[in-house]
Design a protein around this ligand. Structure first.
Ligand SMILES: [Mn+2]
Length: 145
């Protein structure tokens, strides 16, 4: 797994606070599979950049700026999971794939993917049409194997 980015930290902190009401350094470290000292370092940087307020022994809270960014990052992650599910990606690899691509897309691309997800959700026959294309391709691949 590559080193988690600043965005991964903000995303995880946002999720932890949503779920439990607080985000501990040890929980962040576990979720991101990094050493607690890396978390402390990043949390100090995020504090300097005004995404959160961190006080040793008292924990951390997101600033309005941190909350806004966290919310957007979680939305982006969930949207990309929905997108990959709609286009038929194996559920077992969706999470890892989203982790791999989410930081590399512009917000323009994210919004256009949002349009596409909406397009499929508004009419479920559109998903069925896509599945029949996929089935045809699979049959062709089997023939040429
Ligand atoms: Mn993510």
């Amino acid at each position: 797994m590559p080193t988690p980015s600043m965005e991964d930290y903000i995303e995880q902190i946002y999720i932890l606070i949503e779920d439990k009401g607080y985000a501990r350094v040890s929980d962040i470290a576990e979720n991101l599979q990094v050493h607690p000292s890396s978390v402390t370092k990043m949390v100090q940087k995020l504090d300097r950049d005004q995404y959160l307020n961190y006080e040793k022994y008292r924990g951390l809270i997101l600033t309005p700026k941190g909350k806004k960014v966290g919310k957007r990052l979680v939305y982006r992650h969930e949207l990309l999971e929905q997108f990959l599910a709609i286009i038929g990606v194996d559920p077992d690899i969706i999470y890892e794939d989203v982790e791999g691509i989410e930081h590399h897309l512009s917000w323009d691309s994210i919004d256009r993917i949002g349009d596409l997800v909406q397009y499929f959700e508004e009419e479920s026959s559109r998903v069925d049409d896509l599945r029949s294309v996929q089935q045809k391709n699979e049959e062709q691949n089997n023939e040429t194997d």
